[in-house]
Design a protein around this ligand. Sequence first.
Ligand SMILES: Cc1cc2nc3c(=O)[nH]c(=O)nc-3n(C[C@H](O)[C@H](O)[C@H](O)COP(=O)(O)OP(=O)(O)OC[C@H]3O[C@@H](n4cnc5c(N)ncnc54)[C@H](O)[C@@H]3O)c2cc1C
Length: 387
Amino acid sequence: MPEILIVGAGVVGASTAFHLAAQESVKGSSVTVLDARHAGEGMSSRSSALVRMHYTFDQEVRLAVDSLTYFREWAERIGRPPVFRECGFIRIVGPGEEEQLRKNVEMQVACGAEAEVITAADVLELEPGWQVDDVVAAAYEPRAGYGDGAVVAGDFLARARELGVGYRPNTPVRALIEEGGRVRGVTTDDGDILADLVILATGVWTRPLLQGIGVDLPIESEYHEVAVLRDGGNGAASRTACIDSGTGTYFRPEPGAGLLLGEFTGPRDGIDPDDFPQVPGDLAVEMVGRAARRIPALAEAGIAGGVTGVYDLTPDARPLLGPTSGLEGLIVAAGFSGMGFKICPAVGRALAELALDRTQTIDISAFNPDRFAEGKPITPLYGYSDD
Ligand SMILES: Cc1cc2nc3c(=O)[nH]c(=O)nc-3n(C[C@H](O)[C@H](O)[C@H](O)COP(=O)(O)OP(=O)(O)OC[C@H]3O[C@@H](n4cnc5c(N)ncnc54)[C@H](O)[C@@H]3O)c2cc1C
């Protein structure tokens, strides 16, 4: 069994470690996870952790549908307390994009999602406090919900370690070791660690590590603020999660507070993943103003707290999964562009299958990291203008 080194113990690296260890033919002891800090302390712990199936590209829908089963069956599959809360999900698209929405819901149902198109009146029935004058049709997923990124990373890793996987926290990788077109291991402050295969699950920190061996993948850092709001005085502002093109925001219930609110895009210029604001500021205030157009009660809601974080954004906003640049001994798993939480269980299994040269349960070849260099970004059939 080859030695496999997973760099990064966020939800992606930890899920991959679990899936490798869970393969009957794999001795867990041949897999080691390294992290510069601790499991889940990267962007996973900052995640809004929304789990929904509404995507415009069928392979990402399949990954999300399959991952939902893991989240719903967490105790049975991972042996840890349940981590998923169902709240349902509504997708409101921009004006004139209802036809795309219908096509996408059709495709999602064909991929196994429980989804339907509903009217503005149906939305009001679910959420009487919303303002829906601009809504013609929306997508609804009754079984969607949310989890917790730090818990999921920690649980996956804990189970992987029970199955024999090695773990070295506080071990930053300073460089990849590459010789003759093959990655042979990593350099750390404690010396070199050699491996037959390195899986790079280092999120927003991935680009410089690859640049060190002459590979440049287009992963940009994008800063995001997420606000936690107290209710506007009228009870639950929203029981349902929502992605709303009408206001450019997303939101979901937050236990004990009221509502968690984020937005589609954020600043990209000069964003340093090791040095960015740690508490939400003006962006969050402006975002609440916009969200109040959908939920008027939010106009009176106070910001009770929140988090900030950085997306590892690619040009088509989809992850980079697989080998790159003809290099042997390396698999990249980064560039999750704000969607890594909801698909991490199925992605981890797919990466484990790739590492072991097994047939893919869900084909991830479309996420080939070299697709931009080859001029083949993922282009959905019925994309939205703000997708
Ligand atoms: C504010 C915010 C909200 C989000 N909301 C959602 C959402 O609602 N739904 C959703 O699906 N996704 C969401 N995401 C995206 C999702 O959280 C991420 O895609 C996912 O957590 C990425 O996991 P990861 O394992 O790839 O990266 P990370 O969790 O960042 O893990 C990478 C790990 O690599 C380690 N590392 C980095 N460099 C080195 C090195 N040189 N040596 C050793 N270790 C290293 C880090 O310490 C870290 O632990 C959100 C992200 C943010 C920031």
